[in-house]
Design a protein around this ligand. Structure first.
Ligand SMILES: Cc1cc2nc3c(=O)[nH]c(=O)nc-3n(C[C@H](O)[C@H](O)[C@H](O)COP(=O)(O)OP(=O)(O)OC[C@H]3O[C@@H](n4cnc5c(N)ncnc54)[C@H](O)[C@@H]3O)c2cc1C
Length: 394
């Protein structure tokens, strides 16, 4: 085990390991990931891990399209089983968001995304058990699906190791070490590590390490919840992901007769929390709220069996998009955090752009400019032309 590296990555989630894999493959220096627990034990391991291309700004559409292709091709090319399942994804819109949905679909198609605009009759053919009386329009992404976020993270780590990277788990960074205004390494519960470059990929924990350096990212750790329902046999075939914009809910099968139910309406995301001490189980009131939403759309869910649920974390920024930037105070320290509940699918492209950025080998400016931290003070936040109403992130 070394104690000095060219590149040290703090955080062994899907983004930290993706960055490690991309950097290791570049072969430009030694790479290590330091993870305080096990891999994928942060937001990644409790992710819905849905992979889609539908976004509301052209840059994010291009980024997620690139990532989706990666998820589809990479396991085949490299033999990793990340359980990528192409289920398709239906987005349902009421009167308020129907116009935005049509405009966004037009923009997505112009970017090459095979997304279809449907009316309620078409949707009824696809999900015959749904009640659609309030649906004005719908979109269908046939190429969308989900993957296993834990297997994905381990596969990125395995690939990184193959190219010489080291992964240190149970290794908690207690401080980032500096000399003058430059990073020189980190202190951990397993001793000190030296490094030329340190990349902070700790999601909701990012500010805990930055605050002692006089830096703060506009990220709030928000507790979100997911509920598990065993579907009744009549809904056995409900495999397609359904995003219900009328109430901010999403429903996705896990490949068995279980459906995961999540919520992204503003009222679902009110709990600012301590990332080191938050409720790991779902609250009864959230179980009732999510169950009643899915009952409204699929009345047969009244006969579903609730299997509980869990609490997890979003690292929310004010515009619901990540920060990928140099530290504003310390040279050679980078921050990659604030994925705001949609950072799983972006992870392959994040690995690519961050490895280019920190190595100085041709940064991909389109995305990096967009994700700079100063966008929150210069009025350049990422704001869609046609936002949806009932959603905390777009
Ligand atoms: C319920 C839920 C559903 C979601 N659904 C989707 C979805 O459908 N599609 C999608 O694209 N995204 C989704 N997301 C978001 C996505 O899961 C996250 O954006 C992504 O996993 C973040 O990965 P990360 O590597 O940036 O952070 P994390 O996975 O949070 O990793 C950060 C790591 O840093 C470690 N760490 C923290 N402090 C230290 C320290 N001091 N020293 C060492 N290690 C440290 C933590 O232990 C953790 O493992 C969802 C998230 C949740 C919670």
């Amino acid at each position: 085990m070394n104690s000095a590296y060219d590149f040290l990555i703090i955080g062994g989630g899907v983004n930290g390991t993706s960055i490690a894999m991309h950097l290791a493959k570049m072969g430009i220096g030694s790479v290590a990931v330091l993870e305080k627990k096990g891999l994928a034990t942060g937001a990644t391991g409790r992710s819905g891990a849905m992979i889609r291309e539908h976004y509301l700004t052209p840059e994010l559409v291009r980024m997620s399209s690139q990532a989706r292709k990666f998820f589809e091709e990479w396991p085949k090319e490299h033999g990793y089983d990340i359980n990528f399942r192409k289920t398709g994804r239906i987005l349902l819109f009421g009167e308020n968001d129907a116009g935005s949905a049509r405009n966004n679909a037009k923009m997505n198609r112009a970017e090459g995304v095979p997304i279809e605009t449907l009316d309620a009759k078409n949707v009824a053919e696809m999900i015959p058990d749904a009640v659609l009386d309030d649906i004005e329009t719908a979109l269908f992404e046939p190429e969308a699906g989900y993957a296993d976020p834990v297997a994905t993270t381990y596969s990125f780590a395995s690939e990184a190791i193959k190219y010489g990277a080291e992964i240190h788990t149970d290794c908690e960074v207690t401080s980032i070490r500096t000399r003058g205004n430059r990073v020189v390494g980190v202190s951990t519960n397993n001793g000190t590590f030296d490094a030329d470059v340190v990349i902070n990929v700790t999601g909701p924990w990012a500010n805990i390490l930055l605050n002692p350096l006089g830096e703060e990212l506009p990220i709030e750790p928000i507790r979100v919840q997911m509920v598990h329902m065993r579907r009744p046999p009549s809904l056995k075939n409900l495999e397609t992901i359904v995003i219900d914009h009328t109430c901010g809910a999403y429903y996705r099968s896990d490949g068995s007769p279980n459906t995961l139910i999540g919520g992204e309406a503003p009222e679902d995301m009110m709990e600012i929390t301590d990332p080191n001490n938050f409720g790991l189980n779902a609250d009864h009131i959230f179980i009732q709220r999510y169950w009643s939403r899915i009952n409204r759309r699929f009345p047969e869910f009244r006969n579903a069996i609730c299997r509980g649920g869990y609490g997890s974390l979003y690292d929310m920024t004010p515009d619901g998009n990540p920060i990928v930037d140099k530290s504003s105070t310390i040279k050679n320290l980078y921050n990659v955090a604030g994925f705001s509940g949609h950072g799983f699918k972006l992870s392959p492209v994040i690995g690519h752009i961050v490895s280019s950025f920190v190595s100085g080998n041709g940064p991909d400016n389109e995305y990096l400019n967009m994700f700079k931290k100063d966008r929150f003070t210069t009025g350049n936040q990422i704001v869609p032309d046609f936002p949806y109403g009932n959603r905390a992130h777009q």
